[in-house]
Design a protein around this ligand. Structure first.
Ligand SMILES: *Cc1c(COP(=O)(O)O)cnc(C)c1O
Length: 437
């Protein structure tokens, strides 16, 4: 591996990682953090402020991972910090209702036209798992359809990947998931009408729900055609199946109305996470009053949580979403992102590099490809990830922090200043030069 720069010191991080390996499987508490897909060992982060991060070796980075999406306001936002601090002295958890839950719900429901009632949980995984149970309880059907290339957290029914063939029962993508669970999940390719038609003709009256990411952003950024998503809405409706929009990334990232409004459709159940808790662990699912009436204690679908609606997390969510609800917030963020992407695209074109930057809202994804569009998981060339590795290393050396995998998207936050963006553009250009040298 040849780079023009010397690698930054990761001595302290490497030492901490060695220790962590004694405590945790792979040294981490979530697998992608382990840097298995990029060079070196994970950076142990000491602190963050605005768009900047500092690691244990004292290296400073401009952060485009943003904790995988939640930090749309950057690190150490004044309002969120003050709201959390104020709540701390009142108590951390009561296991009883608080006004804070009402406030966050009101903020969401009055700005989101797609749901009438909401239930707070503690993670995106929990939100999706509950939404699936709700869909099954509501329709009294068992089968779920998901798409290859969409991630919905790590619940059993969704750790399933496509087998071979247009429409197949899933194969488990994790050890420990019973084959019988996988048999209830059908996996098909994105952006493929024919596969949808075949699913519904083969499993008529058995499908409880089709689940899709608002805009698939966990395996590259696979922006779907609008007419395809509208077709998906129609075919689910015609067959009495629910459409679950997993907006854990896109919710509050593409505005309060998320990807549902982007595609101009009304899903049946929507799930949220990441941004909704302002950096604290919060997830949620929501739907019409009629569908949500099936959740306990009103209805027969059981779902509960000791720390659900946690007051400190609610306080953080309220502080964050109050800022996001201000007029012009998303427009500004999108303008910054568009300018960032356009300047890089121009450079890439001038140099003739085989890189595409796909973008929506304040999400971006670097794909090392010559294809104009990538809409399905199987259109991503695994070999292209070698180039991402080289770019990732060069970026870290130049003080830019991207997620440690080429399948992951990047995020621009409100805390990224014009100076941060310009510094990053320069570093990214130089890093691409290293990739193609
Ligand atoms: C992150 C994510 C999840 C899982 O959320 P966790 O909080 O990590 O459990 C589910 N769905 C989508 C679309 C996500 O991006």
């Amino acid at each position: 591996m040849s780079t023009t720069t010397k690698d930054i010191s990761r001595e302290k991080s490497a030492e901490l990682f060695e220790k962590a390996k004694q405590y945790f499987p792979g040294g981490v508490n979530s697998p992608v953090r382990a840097f298995k897909s990029v060079y070196g060992t994970p950076l142990f982060i000491e602190r963050g402020d605005k768009a900047h991060l500092w690691d244990a070796d004292g290296n400073e980075f401009i952060d485009f991972c943003c904790s995988w999406g939640p930090l749309i306001l950057g690190h150490n936002n004044d309002n969120i910090r003050e709201a959390v601090t104020a709540q701390l002295s009142k108590g951390l958890s009561f296991g009883a209702p608080t006004q804070l839950e009402n406030k966050l719900a009101e903020l969401i429901l009055s700005n989101n036209k797609h749901i009438e009632k909401i239930r707070f949980v503690s993670s995106g995984t929990e939100a999706v798992m509950s939404a699936i149970r709700l869909a099954r309880g509501y329709t009294k059907r068992d089968k779920i359809v998901k798409f290859e290339g969409c991630y919905h957290g790590h619940s059993d029914s969704l750790l399933v990947k496509a087998g071979s063939g247009l429409v197949t029962f899933g194969e488990t993508s994790s050890a420990g998931v019973p084959q019988a669970f996988a048999a209830e999940t059908i996996v098909i390719a994105l952006n493929d009408r024919e596969a949808l038609q075949e699913v519904f003709s083969t499993y008529k009256d058995e499908i409880a729900a089709v689940i899709i990411e608002g805009i698939p952003a966990n395996n590259g950024l696979l922006i779907q055609d609008k007419d395809y998503v509208q077709y998906l809405r129609q075919i689910t409706k015609d067959n009495g199946a629910l459409l679950i929009f997993d907006e854990v990334i896109t919710g509050f990232r593409l505005g309060f109305n998320g990807a549902a409004t982007y595609y101009d459709i009304q899903p049946d159940i929507l799930t949220y996470g990441k941004i909704i808790g302002g950096g604290m662990p919060v997830g949620a699912y929501g739907a019409s009053n009629e569908i949500m009436a099936h959740i306990s204690p009103d209805g027969g679908v059981y779902q509960a949580g000791t720390l659900s609606g946690n007051p400190v997390a609610m306080a953080a969510g309220i502080a964050a979403l109050s800022i996001l609800a201000q007029p012009g917030f998303y427009e500004r963020l999108e303008e910054v992102t568009t300018a960032f992407v356009n300047e890089l695209r121009q450079y890439i074109q001038e140099k003739g590099y085989g890189v595409k930057i796909f973008t929506v809202g304040s999400i971006f994804w670097f794909a090392f490809t010559d294809q104009e569009h990538i809409k399905r998981a199987d259109e991503i060339d695994p070999a292209s990830m070698e180039k991402y590795k080289v770019m990732h290393r060069a970026l870290l050396n130049k003080g830019i922090y991207f997620g440690p995998s080429g399948y992951e998207v990047g995020f621009i936050s409100h805390a990224h200043t014009a100076e941060d963006i310009n510094t990053a553009i320069k570093a990214i250009k130089e890093s691409l030069d290293i990739v193609y040298q």
